[in-house]
Design a protein. Structure first.
Length: 132
């Protein structure tokens, strides 16, 4: 939980160049390594993604991508949060409860693979369900 009363010690104020995120990658030729992001780089990445998704602060994004990959983490969790949108975590509800979950959670956007999105849209069409 975020503590809005916290302030950094005056002898060590935060800088835009401070490293704030480490992401694992497969690395070149299968040699795993960690990639670092500082405040400026992370904000730049989030802003770049914002242009692709055209998301706004009232959007509620849900993803079923695995959080263990940097791509999924950036697109499905970090991007929505850094741009003021809400990130709804898919918690593995049963298949027949999934569409009601999307409706109840007021999901406006999905971050998923195309096959899953197509299956979901076909199911909504068959059941006569309109998502927000």
């Amino acid at each position: 939980e975020y503590d809005d009363t916290y302030s950094p010690p005056p002898e060590n104020p935060p800088k835009d160049t401070d490293v704030i995120l480490l992401l694992p990658t497969a690395g070149m030729q299968g040699d795993p390594k960690m990639v670092t992001f500082n405040h400026l780089q992370l904000q730049h990445a989030a802003n770049a993604l914002k242009g692709c998704y055209k998301a706004v602060g009232t959007d509620r994004i849900m993803t079923d991508l695995a959080w263990s990959t940097p791509f999924a983490f950036m697109h499905g969790m970090l991007f929505p949060l850094m741009n003021g949108t809400t990130c709804v975590v898919y918690h593995g509800v049963e298949e027949k409860a999934f569409v009601p979950f999307l409706t109840e959670a007021k999901i406006t956007r999905l971050c998923t693979d195309p096959a899953f999105a197509e299956k979901l849209l076909m199911r909504c069409k068959t059941e006569g369900v309109k998502l927000p």
